[in-house]
Design a protein around this ligand. Structure first.
Ligand SMILES: Nc1nc2c(ncn2[C@@H]2O[C@H](COP(=O)(O)O[C@H]3[C@@H](O)[C@H](n4cnc5c(=O)[nH]c(N)nc54)O[C@@H]3COP(=O)(O)O)[C@@H](O)[C@H]2O)c(=O)[nH]1
Length: 528
């Protein structure tokens, strides 16, 4: 027969679950950070473009001013104007040369060679406002920017004001390797190094441009956003570190929140699912040979945050809310699973505490049958300790249940016998096999005559009724001697061992039928 199975959330599942919100936060934060960096970079690029355009426009403004001042001269006859043209070219910044053009389209006056200029006006015919030249006859491979100003007068068509590309490239120059700037005039491009070239097509590089409102030119930049983002990240790692820390803290907080599911009742349900209620074993010692002959299974709560929690802190609440049934069932499953594979001494007693709620629940015989089925038939003595702490309803239903249990071979013990108000009435009304003398009576041996009298009466009563007597709380050899002499069958207490995890219990030598070290009562506690 199988126990109804409990499927707790595995450790790895729990870890995954707690990591998820942290990861989600990390991703969201990462995306936000990237968005913020992206927006910051775009803003910087836009300002750089605007700044560079402004600088180039300033150069052209200056060139225009110089050209216009020439066109306003009363006579533009070359011999007359030439000295002034030369003076302007040598004194004004940026302007490398100026050339006057007549209505026939010929350069008739050149700041470099005066009025003897042959008609080398091959760049002229298009007469565009702005032209990027590869060079001129004097310096064929040195790009020049020509600004054309129309004269609107009868003696001259206009003036070409030529700007040296060195000034322009200086304005385009940029230190960062992940961006390149170009000046675009018509179909031609001037790069940061002063070369005339198209921006190369590169994977993952993008282009952005800003056209001038005053001149037919644009500043174009190409840039690698992924590289710039990476660079930004490496320059400002603090944000990433902060985000990581924040995500970890968030995950950790969520983990704690998961463990503390709020209401105590839900906390118990969660702990049952996680199998946090684990069995501890305390040996039962045969009073005749003083050998370990059984165990009492005691519940401990292995709380993930609070550590090992003792039963008195949670059992009363679990009993009052009914959770004790699922908790005890889980304890029985774990005990059966861990002890069922061992070869236990014949008649090995396994005592389990059962609360009134479990008795009333009706599932006890099924769960006990499942427990017994794990062991070889007849190999163990399963004993259910019914505590006097809670009132167990006696009557036909309880009688039928006890009969069912007895049929299965399960024994019934009255725990903490003598402390409750109904000890004797239980004996009268219920078919009981064992009495467990409360440790307060054992503690009184040799020191408290009233306790000793009650103890004697319980022992005599049990003998008369033919019940097994277990004395709990045996700590000293004097108590042991007394109980042995007065007919207690089984002894339990710190004298032999404290409750311990099953793994530890199996390592103890006494388990292999070797007697434990005798422990004598300290002098101060010996009776006078
Ligand atoms: N319904 C259930 N009740 C349970 C379960 N497991 C435990 N309990 C009850 O909780 C009470 C406290 O139990 P615990 O802290 O485990 O204490 C047990 C022993 O450690 C203690 N003991 C044993 N020997 C000595 C000793 O020599 N000196 C000394 N001071 N204490 C000793 O006694 C407790 C065993 O009690 P009992 O069950 O009455 O035999 C306690 O009332 C448990 O019943 C559970 O699974 N379900």
């Amino acid at each position: 027969m199988q126990f109804p199975s409990i499927e707790p959330l595995g450790r790895s599942q729990r870890i995954m679950l707690t990591m998820l919100p942290g990861l989600a936060l990390l991703m969201l934060g990462g995306l936000l950070m990237l968005y913020q960096f992206h927006a910051g970079i775009q803003h910087t690029l836009a300002s750089q473009l605007a700044f560079k355009l402004k600088k180039i426009e300033q150069i052209l403004d200056q060139a225009q001013k110089v050209g216009e001042s020439m066109l306003q001269q009363p006579s533009l006859e070359c011999p007359v104007i030439y000295p002034e043209i030369r003076r302007q070219v040598t004194t004004q910044p940026y302007v490398r040369s100026m050339r006057l053009v007549d209505h026939a389209g010929r350069v008739y006056c050149d700041s470099v060679i005066g009025w003897h200029a042959p008609a080398y006006s091959q760049e002229y015919p298009r007469a565009e406002r702005l032209q990027l030249w590869r060079g001129n006859r004097l310096s064929p491979w040195h790009p020049l920017l020509m600004l054309w100003l129309e004269a609107k007068r009868s003696d001259v068509n206009g003036i070409q004001v030529v700007v040296d590309s060195d000034y322009l490239k200086d304005r385009l120059a940029h230190l960062e390797r992940d961006t390149r700037f170009y000046l675009q005039v018509g179909e031609r491009w001037l790069d940061e190094d002063g070369g005339m070239t198209f921006p190369p097509v590169r994977p993952y590089w993008q282009q952005r441009s800003l056209a001038s409102a005053h001149y037919p030119l644009a500043i174009v930049m190409d840039y690698s956003m992924p590289k710039m983002l990476l660079q930004r990240l490496s320059q400002e790692p603090d944000q990433l570190v902060l985000l990581l820390l924040f995500s970890c803290t968030f995950s950790w907080g969520f983990h704690r929140l998961l463990l503390r599911s709020g209401a105590p009742s839900r906390e118990l349900q969660r702990a049952v699912r996680q199998q946090e209620f684990i069995p501890y074993l305390q040996p039962l010692v045969d009073s005749h040979h003083l050998q370990w002959c059984g165990v009492e299974v005691l519940m401990r709560w292995q709380h993930p945050l609070d550590g090992m929690v003792l039963p008195e802190l949670f059992i009363p609440f679990a009993e009052s809310t009914g959770h004790i049934v699922a908790m005890t069932r889980s304890l029985m499953q774990q005990t059966a699973a861990q002890l069922g594979t061992l070869s236990l001494p014949a008649g090995f007693q396994i005592s389990i505490n059962v609360s009134a709620a479990y008795v009333a629940d009706g599932s006890l015989p099924v769960d006990c049958a499942a427990f017994l089925a794990v062991f070889p038939p007849g190999s163990i003595r399963l004993t259910l300790e019914l505590t006097e702490r809670e009132l167990i309803t006696t009557g036909p239903q309880t009688d039928a249940l006890l009969a069912q249990l007895h049929e299965l071979g399960v024994r019934i013990a009255i725990d903490d016998f003598g402390t409750g108000h109904s000890s004797l009435s239980y004996l009268q009304k219920m078919d009981v096999d064992e009495l467990k003398i409360d440790r307060s009576f054992v503690a009184g041996i040799g020191s408290d005559s009233l306790s000793a009298d009650i103890l004697d009466s319980i022992l005599q009563l049990a003998a008369k009724l033919g019940l097994t007597v277990v004395a709990e709380g045996v700590e000293y050899v004097e108590q042991e001697d007394y109980l042995r002499q007065h007919g207690a069958h089984l002894l339990q207490g710190y004298r032999y061992a404290r409750p311990m995890p099953i793994s530890e219990f199996l390592l103890r030598p006494e388990w292999h039928n070797r007697p434990s070290e005798p422990r004598t009562r300290p002098r101060a506690e010996l009776p006078l």
